[in-house]
Write a protein that binds this ligand. Structure first.
Ligand code: NI
Length: 487
């Protein structure tokens, strides 16, 4: 069998069922039924293969859903897509919860997602996902997401995998795109500053692209390079134009290629994801009012040796903490990031390479934050919601640019300086106050050694350990040192 053809359409159309679980169930069922075809490859002479479309239409009390996506018969690709869709749905529901009752009236809330195969060849499977999440009367803008699967391995290939180890690749693409958009007749009259802003060399600006063997189509979302009314703007760049200036990695879409910078964690094929893995962004807090709360925070990791040790200690005591990670370390140790996230700890952004932000310009600062956001999002599927600036140094302008809650601390044992477990534990225990934030570093042995006695002593004093997100109702314009004491 060389050709995959499915004519049927699957519909799931029931009220008030956990549709994600159902969706996964159907995917697994489809894999079970058609499992023999997983390795089948369409041949070029027969034209591109067609695939079954999964359609989910549901009407709930306060929203409707209309989702369509292809079942590619590659379990890894199908899994990545379903995981992505479930995360986007969770986000929609979170946004809905945050909207006031009067704004979010039934019938006005509509989630539409349409994923289609934009391009396929022997080795490439490029998928364009168009999403529109309408809440209340606000007009819903289309958001485009893309996937570029290596058809043979099922891996989602990121742009940096096409030009690996070339620090300048974003600059080259940025300049090319800016020039193309300047000359684009569709964008006549659009402010050049807007074009410039939307094409600055940040990974975030080029996260939507479709690889089509000899062309790369870059997609700029509504509002990115032109006013939102222009909608999403696509431009096609011949691969030739890029390879003149840098080396393209031709292996990215070949058999056996493993991403240098994986977008999603590698998942074991055939293992059904658990419900909690899907819904762990919505963990309920066991914190009660009046509790003596304290937040342990760990900076500068992940560290390949010490962070797993910290994780183990936290697990033994069944407590959760907050980790402010350095982006490039997160990229180097994605498995550790993933295991922290899966265990329910909060992950915050501690910049890409730990510079003092007050010495950088806006563009450099945004790159430090954005690259870290994107890396952690790739690994965990969740964007960090909090930032800790290196050395605690920032000013009002920097905070405005970052536009996220800044988390400082109230207890600092200077663990990096003393490197003495007894001193570290003694300082924390002596200075702990309800509502406090303890600054620690998960990159050295003394901190790991001090941790059990910190937890045991503070527990004896009646403290409950929480994450930063549990300690505060976070506001992106605020800076947090400790919980305000109730008067
Ligand atoms: Ni730090």
């Amino acid at each position: 069998m060389t050709h995959v053809h499915f004519a049927g359409r699957a519909y799931i159309n029931k009220r008030k069922t956990p549709h994600i679980l159902k969706l996964i169930g159907v995917l697994l069922l489809a894999q079970f039924l058609f499992g023999c075809d997983v390795l089948a490859q369409p041949t070029q002479s027969e034209g591109p293969a067609t695939f079954e479309t999964m359609r989910i239409q549901e009407t709930h009390q306060d929203y409707t859903i209309d989702i369509a996506f292809p079942l590619t018969n590659n379990s890894k690709i199908d899994h990545t897509l379903s995981q992505f869709i479930s995360q986007r749905l969770i986000k929609f529901k979170d946004d809905l919860l945050e909207t006031s009752q009067t704004e979010a009236r039934s019938g006005d809330n509509q989630y539409i997602l349409n994923a289609r195969i934009a391009y396929q060849s022997e080795n490439v499977f490029a998928i364009r996902v168009s999403e529109s999440a309408g809440i209340g009367k606000k007009e819903a803008l289309e958001i485009v997401h893309t996937f570029n699967f290596n058809r043979l391995t099922g891996e989602d290939i990121a742009l940096d995998n096409l030009f690996p180890h070339q620090e300048n690749y974003l600059k080259v693409i940025s300049e090319l795109c800016y020039q193309r958009l300047l000359e684009d007749t569709r964008l006549l009259g659009v402010d050049a500053a807007l074009l410039k802003d939307g094409t600055l060399p940040f990974t975030q600006n080029f996260s939507s692209f479709l690889f089509e063997d000899d062309t790369i189509t870059l997609i700029f979302n509504s509002g990115q390079v032109a006013p939102a009314a222009f909608g999403a703007i696509s431009i096609h760049i011949p691969l030739e134009d890029l390879t003149q200036q840098m080396t393209f990695n031709p292996k990215a879409f070949e058999a056996g290629y493993i991403s240098v910078y994986p977008i999603f964690p590698v998942l074991l094929e055939g293992v059904a994801p658990s419900e909690s893995a899907y819904f762990n962004t919505a963990k309920t807090s066991s914190v009660k009012a009046g509790d003596k709360l304290i937040a342990l925070t760990f900076d500068d990791g992940p560290h390949p040796k010490y962070t797993p040790q910290v994780l183990k200690i936290l697990e033994n005591h069944q407590i959760r903490a907050t980790f402010f990670m350095i982006g490039k370390r997160a990229r180097a140790f994605p498995d550790i990031v993933k295991s922290l996230h899966d265990a329910g700890h909060t992950i915050g952004n501690h910049t890409w390479s730990h510079p003092q932000l007050t010495k950088l310009d806006k563009q450099q600062i945004m790159a430090q934050i954005d690259m870290t956001q994107r890396t952690i999002d790739r690994i965990t599927g969740v964007n960090p919601k909090i930032v800790r600036v290196p050395y605690g140094r920032f000013n009002a302008e920097i905070h405005q640019w970052i536009n996220m809650p800044l988390i400082q601390w109230s207890v600092d044992p200077e663990d990096w300086k003393s490197r003495d477990a007894q001193k570290i534990a003694g300082h924390v225990i002596a200075h702990a106050k309800p509502g406090g934030i303890v600054l620690l570093h998960d990159i050295q042995s003394a901190t790991v050694e001090a941790l059990p006695s910190i937890i045991e002593q503070l527990s004896l004093q009646g403290y409950t350990f929480v994450t930063v997100e549990e300690l505060f109702e976070l506001n992106k314009k605020a800076v947090y040192y400790q919980q305000e004491l109730k008067k």
